[in-house]
Design a protein around this ligand. Structure first.
Ligand code: PLP
Length: 386
């Protein structure tokens, strides 16, 4: 059996043709594919605006900038996420606070979130960065209620969850990243993600003024829009009005994104089928805990996570058969950088307990039935031997 990774991109001939077409066009960067990708993505997610950027980390950084994060800004996120969800606040000089997870969902715990906010004086915190970890949608309606009571903004880190959703209290489907509750949401197009462009990211929002600021900061803070210019010396004239960055996504990668987006629903369906097969096959294992009894409808299944006390043994056993499971994530507060800021092992016991047992199994639309069965048989054999 060839190596089976935990995640991988799926590139077809249409994707390749789309990139080649752009390579043969007049534009490699800043061409028409950017606006087209943004429009299509906003439609898919259900937000008013979308801004394509160079990667998910740049997306987070720009969000923090447009929300005016600076030295005295205190922001809360979960320790079970990729480090970038927290780092974006540090880039702007702000302070990051972690809130422990709900051990059932692995997402930020809303009760603990309220308690953390209450433990500090009113006005201490400025924002929250909830993460749709593994593809399971955070209930943003609940988080928005807490945010409203405390005058906080929300950046939804939806990198794992394009196509994911939760059902709100009125019974409506709320897509991850639609910005009905969050001020801003971000996505990544890293190869293991649902939509893969190599590097790439997207910010979605329904807020026009944040959208306009994002456009400016994405490209050096430079504008050529006649209505925004302070002066105008002629057709060549531009102004740098803010300290911005080069966080643009090139046209050829947007062409790949447009092509990938057309298959997003198909990929999501395949991920749910794979999840269903794992649930059925593994539900009776003695040494393995699953996230739920069956497929969760709004889960985008970026990852399929199991828990086992024998995690290292299972990881090594799978690896010895060329199956490369992965661990998501080592809690961010236990990273040496965050320890140097004063965090310690023991600070967030539920996140740490989760980390000690979690393992992400292979999950991607091109995983074949044979490959998945091979993985399942290995796990069943391992479970029996314990
Ligand atoms: C939850 C989460 N946030 C942020 C990022 C950062 O995205 P990127 O790798 O595109 O910078 C990632 C991806 O790796 C992620 O998984």
């Amino acid at each position: 059996m060839k190596a089976i990774p935990y995640g991988r991109q799926s590139i077809n001939q249409e994707d390749i043709d789309a990139v080649i077409e752009t390579l043969q066009s007049d534009f490699l960067t800043q061409g028409p594919k950017i606006a087209e990708f943004e429009k299509n993505f906003a439609e898919y997610i259900g937000s008013k605006y979308a801004v394509a950027v160079s990667n998910g980390t740049a997306a987070l950084h720009l969000c923090a900038l447009v929300l005016n994060v600076s030295e005295n800004t205190n922001v809360i996120t979960t320790p079970i996420t990729f480090a970038a969800s927290a780092n974006c606040i540090k880039y702007c000089g702000g302070n990051i606070f972690f809130c422990d997870i709900n051990p059932e969902t692995f997402l930020i715990d809303t009760y603990k979130l309220s308690e953390l906010i209450k433990s500090k004086p009113k006005g201490f915190f400025s924002g929250i960065i909830p993460v749709d970890f593994a593809g399971l949608a955070v209930n943003l309606e609940e988080i928005k209620k807490i945010a409203n009571e405390n005058n906080l903004w929300i950046i939804e880190d939806a990198c794992h969850a394009p196509g994911g959703y939760f059902i709100d209290s009125k019974g409506n489907k709320q897509n991850c990243g639609n910005s009905n509750f969050a001020d801003l949401a971000i996505f990544s197009f890293h190869p293991v993600k649902h939509i893969a462009t190599g590097e790439g990211g997207m910010i979605t929002t329904n807020n026009k003024s944040l959208y306009e600021k994002l456009l400016l900061l994405r490209t050096h803070g430079i504008t050529k829009s006649p209505e925004l210019l302070k002066e105008n010396h002629g057709g060549w004239y531009y102004e740098m009005q803010e300290l911005g960055y080069n966080y643009r996504m090139p046209d050829m990668l947007c062409a790949l994104g447009i092509s990938q987006l057309k298959r997003a629903d198909e990929g999501l369906k395949k991920r749910k089928e794979i999840a269903g097969i794992y649930y059925n096959a593994l539900k009776n294992c003695k040494n393995i805990t699953l996230q739920s009894k069956s497929v969760i409808a709004g889960h985008a299944y970026h990852l399929f996570i199991i828990k086992t006390k024998k995690r290292l043994e299972l990881y090594n056993f799978l690896k010895s058969h060329n199956v490369f499971a992965q661990v998501h994530y080592i809690p961010v507060h236990t990273m040496p950088y965050y320890k140097n800021l004063g965090y310690n092992v023991g600070d967030f016991p539920l996140a740490e307990a989760y980390y000690n047992e979690c393992l992400s199994l292979p999950m991607y639309p091109t995983l074949t039935a044979n490959e998945q069965n091979f993985v399942i048989q290995l796990i069943l054999k391992f479970d029996e031997q314990q």
